[in-house]
Each structure stands twice: as structure tokens, then as C-alpha cells.
Design a protein around this ligand. Structure first.
Ligand code: NAI
Length: 210
């Protein structure tokens, strides 16, 4: 069993993709798979699969392949997605509402416990089983509920100030959609930035170079 810190960052970055493929196979009732077969499905090399999954210890056996339910459990454990970490959403605009309504947070180890927006007109609207709350109640809510993380779906002009404030209140992890470097000055705070536009630019690059 791999211990914390024993799996390299590059393997960790590939784990969500392994998780998706392995979960689908388990859902379909497949119990085991060879590295060659998994490689074919994932369009990577068998040696990459063996190298990556070797980090976790005894899953691949010569002539047997990988035990998929066990492999899945190990990936779940390493990613920590069997938890129920409390997360709040800041910014209930177009993107924020899409997040609240379409992300199955529990599949990823999170529970959405609060939605906040500075626009008083949005206050009281119900979404994803929660009422949108004004930012005037944010401090009390964070002190009472100690969320583990916050999602930022607010304009970049307001993102740094909001993040600084949330860090002061004790929030140590951010899923940041605002195009702003919120990590500056916050050593040890975990920031996962998401830029859909980066992916689209890579699509453009692919087309331009095909
Ligand atoms: P929007 O204008 O529909 O929603 C923004 C919401 O944030 C509004 O409801 C507003 O009242 C609220 N807000 C503003 N300042 C706030 C604060 N300090 N505290 C709490 N609420 C606050 O905008 P949309 O389309 O939802 O986009 C949100 C952000 O996400 C924008 O910065 C946009 O550029 C960015 N974005 C990022 C993407 C990505 O891939 N990372 C993709 C699309 C948008």
C-alpha cells in the first residue's frame, strides 16, 4: 500500500484518468485486466501503465493482470475521494450555478454546504438543495462550519481580496475558476486553478498542426 508522498506528482496527475477508466470497468463487472488491455483502452503504453501502477504495490501480477476493484479502492484512497470534505461556493452566477447544479461533489469526496453571492437579488434563491446566501453572512458561516475548501466563481477583480479574506478565516484550499493568481502570499494554501480556455487553445493548436 502506497504511503502519503510516495507517489510522484506526475503519477498523481494521471490518477483521475485511471480512476475514470477503472471505475467504468468495475461498473461493467470486469474483475481484472492486463496492462496491455488497459493501455489499449487508455491510449497509452503498457509500460507507462506498469510504471505508474507499480507505485502502489502488488496489484499487477504476471499472468493475472490487475485486480480492478482493489486497484480502484487504492486510487480512491490515495486521492482521498472517499471523504466528505466540506466545500463552499462563492459566486452564484452562470458558472457557479452550473457547478452547483451539475457537479456530483460526493463522487469526488466533497459536500457542498453553502453558496454565497454578493448580489442581494440572488439571496434566498434555492439551488442544489441550498439557499444562496449573502456574503454578509459568510464570516459567521465559515467560523461555525469550518469548510475545508472554497470554489471561486467570481470576477477576477474581486477574487484575490475574497481569497485573502477566506484564508484569514481559515480556508486552506481553493478550486479557483477566477482568472487571477490567488495563491500569492499564501504559502501552504492549496490552489487548483481551472482554465477551460487553456484546453480550448490546445484544441486550436492540434487543429493548426494537424
Ligand atoms: P457571472 O457574472 O455570471 O457571475 C459572477 C457572480 O459572482 C455574480 O453573481 C456576482 O454577483 C458574484 N460576485 C461578484 N463578486 C463577488 C464577491 N466578492 N463575493 C461573492 N459573489 C460575488 O460570471 P460567470 O460567467 O459565472 O463567471 C464567473 C468567473 O469565472 C468570471 O471571472 C469568469 O471570467 C470566470 N470563468 C472562468 C472559466 C474558467 O475556465 N476558469 C470559464 C468561464 C468563466
Amino acid at each position: 500500500m502506497a504511503k502519503k508522498g510516495e507517489v510522484s506528482d506526475s503519477v498523481i496527475k494521471r490518477l483521475p484518468r485511471y480512476y475514470r477508466f477503472v471505475s467504468e470497468l468495475v461498473r461493467d463487472g470486469t474483475q481484472r485486466i492486463s496492462s496491455g488491455e488497459l493501455a489499449k483502452r487508455m491510449s497509452v503504453t503498457a509500460s507507462q501503465i506498469r510504471q505508474d501502477l507499480n507505485c502502489f504495490g502488488g496489484f499487477g501480477q504476471q499472468g493475472y493482470g490487475y485486480n480492478l476493484p482493489e486497484l480502484r479502492s487504492e486510487i480512491v484512497r490515495i486521492l482521498g475521494i472517499d471523504s466528505s470534505r466540506k466545500i463552499i461556493l462563492i459566486g452564484a452566477g452562470n458558472l457557479g450555478m452550473a457547478m452547483a447544479n451539475h457537479m456530483n461533489f460526493s463522487d469526488y469526496g466533497f459536500k457542498l454546504i453553502g453558496i454565497f453571492d454578493s448580489d442581494p437579488a440572488k439571496k434566498g434563491t434555492k439551488t442544489a438543495g441550498l439557499e444562496i446566501t449573502g456574503t454578509d453572512t459568510l464570516d459567521d458561516f465559515v467560523r461555525e462550519n469550518s469548510p475545508d475548501a472554497a470554489i471561486l466563481c467570481i470576477p477576477k477583480e474581486n477574487a484575490k481580496e475574497t481569497a485573502d479574506h477566506l484564508v484569514k478565516l481559515g480556508i486552506r484550499a481553493f478550486w479557483n475558476f477566477s482568472h487571477c493568481d490567488i495563491a500569492q502570499g499564501h504559502e501552504g494554501v492549496i490552489v487548483e486553478n481551472v482554465h477551460l480556455g487553456d484546453s480550448l487553445m490546445l484544441l486550436s493548436y492540434g487543429i493548426a498542426n494537424s
